[in-house]
Design a protein around this ligand. Structure first.
Ligand SMILES: [Zn+2]
Length: 163
């Protein structure tokens, strides 16, 4: 299969890096993902509100795509929207996600959010977010995983060395 190189933003090195687009058949995804994750990411499903593991989650770090591991959201932009799904007011970079018009519900046009690297459906973005951007990225917990940011205080390191 032809390999397609794309550029994405890496929050760890804060640089733009080259990566290869992840292209798999539905059969291949089915083998890799659990049933619910497959339904949401590949069939554009939605998890029930207040059921996702990251809805009320608080932690410092990055959320990455549960399908392909691309970094998508910084925990610093996560906020409590009260909508029942993990909500962010910004993405790590517009290089890492893209949006698409979604008219699957008649009379209620929405904007779908997808992973740039593997095309996983992540959720939707609405224009009722907080003042920072005015946007609310409403994301299914099943579509993301969390990586904690290792923050070592310099003072603590010095102390350890003295002991
Ligand atoms: Zn992905």
């Amino acid at each position: 299969m032809l390999k397609k190189t794309i550029q994405v933003f890496d929050p760890k090195s804060t640089t733009v890096v080259n990566t290869t687009k992840v292209i798999k058949t539905n059969e291949e995804w089915k083998k890799e993902l659990d049933e619910e994750t497959y339904r949401i990411t590949r069939e554009k499903g939605t998890e029930s509100p207040w059921t996702g593991k990251y809805t009320d989650f608080e932690g410092k770090g990055w959320f990455y795509c549960s399908s392909c591991k691309l970094y998508l959201f910084d925990a610093n932009t996560k906020y409590h929207s009260g909508c029942g799904w993990p909500s962010f007011y910004d993405v790590i970079s517009n290089k890492n996600v893209y949006t698409k018009e979604d008219n699957s519900i008649k009379g209620r046009p929405r904007v779908e959010v997808l992973c740039k690297q593997c095309d996983a459906h992540l959720g939707h973005v609405f224009k009722d977010g907080p003042k920072q951007t005015g946007l609310r990225y409403c994301i299914n917990s099943k579509c993301i995983d969390f990586e904690e940011k290792e923050e070592q205080e310099e003072e603590e390191i010095e102390k350890e060395e003295k002991n």
